[in-house]
Design a protein. Structure first.
Length: 369
């Protein structure tokens, strides 16, 4: 039988987008145990995943509108003579790129350029992105199986229902995580909860009010938990005002007072008892490391870009507004929220409810451990 020897997975986007394909290599290794599986991602997120998750190489590329640079990328990738190229996103441009990158077989979601593919699959917007990716991979397996290529564990792979993200950390990364916790004033030997208020300063409708995070921190410290506030870059300074208000709480409340990488943040999360966050990359990090997660949603569609279903403990909390989610459509209600600078559906979620939900989730997770 013919063998699949080289596979290229392509994912453009931000940290959270790349995190959602971290489970792909493990899945494909079951089907093609001897194959080389590479991952092409934008340069600035190329450190999120790698050999720890089963990829042989992570190929960073520059997201550019320069035709010369795009041709150079295409020439570089064509030389590898991939058997399969699979862009795991529904946009037009990655599909067109996959054609120029020269894979013998190419599979994508249906779009403007999907006629250039060997086969394509409709992206179901009501389905989580990781499940859509799994269905596309299974389409590729079915096609290759029918074409006479060797596929191990074919029935088991085709029976998969979920493809959750996963991150693995070596001894050095775990040691770094412990050192960072110490630098931030958190005792890793005692329970601590991570709160990540912002995710991005340019997406105010996704955010839960900072005052609510302050109230939640007080509730958690009164129960004996340490609290670590987390942020990226300028988000750290944005959290500073409430740190002074929390100086006299009964337990430690600290802040990641310098920027750290996604993997360092993941190593810290892997030692935490829980995370509270709205839509964004820390949420996907929590799923990847298996920490109990409370995800706050209103503006975004949790069934599409929320926590990936599979084997990680999480709970999505929404205020169930009829206009929510409004991320993919304009409306009078969304325009009003944009003008006022915050989403009513997010401010309606109370800190007491979040605290009770987190405690319940943590208890359920402890029973299953």
């Amino acid at each position: 039988m013919r063998e699949v020897r080289k596979i290229l997975i392509f994912r453009n986007g931000r940290i959270g987008d790349v995190l959602m394909v971290t489970g792909v290599a493990t899945f494909l290794h079951k089907a093609f145990p001897g194959a080389q599986i590479d991952l092409a991602v934008p340069e600035w997120v190329s450190g999120v995943t790698g050999s720890q998750e089963g990829f042989h190489r992570v190929i960073p590329f520059e997201y550019t509108f320069s035709w010369f640079k795009r041709l150079r990328i295409s020439w570089r990738l064509r030389r590898h003579r991939y058997d399969l190229i699979i862009p795991l996103e529904q946009a037009n441009r990655p599909t067109k790129s996959a054609f120029f990158w020269g894979g013998r077989f190419r599979f994508s979601f249906s779009n403007k350029y999907s006629a250039l593919m060997t086969a394509h699959l409709r992206y179901v917007t009501e389905t989580h992105e990781t499940v859509n990716s799994l269905r596309l991979l299974q389409l590729a397996l079915a096609y290759m199986h029918k074409a006479g290529y060797r596929i191990e564990n074919y029935d088991a792979c085709m029976a998969h229902n979920f493809l959750p993200p996963v991150l693995h950390f070596g001894t050095e990364e775990k040691t770094t995580g412990l050192a960072l916790l110490s630098d931030f004033g958190i005792d890793a030997g005692r329970p601590f909860i991570v709160l990540h208020p912002f995710n991005s300063l340019d997406a105010p409708l996704r955010r839960w009010p900072l005052k609510n995070y302050e109230t939640l921190a007080r509730l958690l410290t009164s129960l004996g938990f340490q609290v670590l506030f987390s942020g990226y870059g300028p988000e750290i300074a944005a959290v500073e005002p409430i740190m002074e208000n929390l100086r006299n709480t009964p337990e430690t409340v600290s802040l990641t007072r310098r920027n750290i990488s996604a993997r360092e943040r993941g190593a810290i999360l892997s030692m935490a008892q829980g995370l509270v966050v709205s839509d964004g990359s820390p949420m996907h990090l929590a799923v990847a490391v298996g920490v109990p997660l409370i995800a706050l949603f209103g503006f975004s569609a949790a069934n599409r870009t929320g926590p990936a279903p599979g084997n990680s403990p999480f709970m999505v909390i929404t205020a169930s507004y009829p206009c929510s989610p409004c991320m993919y459509q304009a409306s009078r209600e969304r325009e009003k929220c944009e003008q006022q600078g915050f989403g009513d559906c997010m401010t309606a979620i109370g800190p007491e409810k979040v605290k009770d939900s987190l405690l319940s989730l943590m208890a359920a997770s402890a029973r299953q451990a």
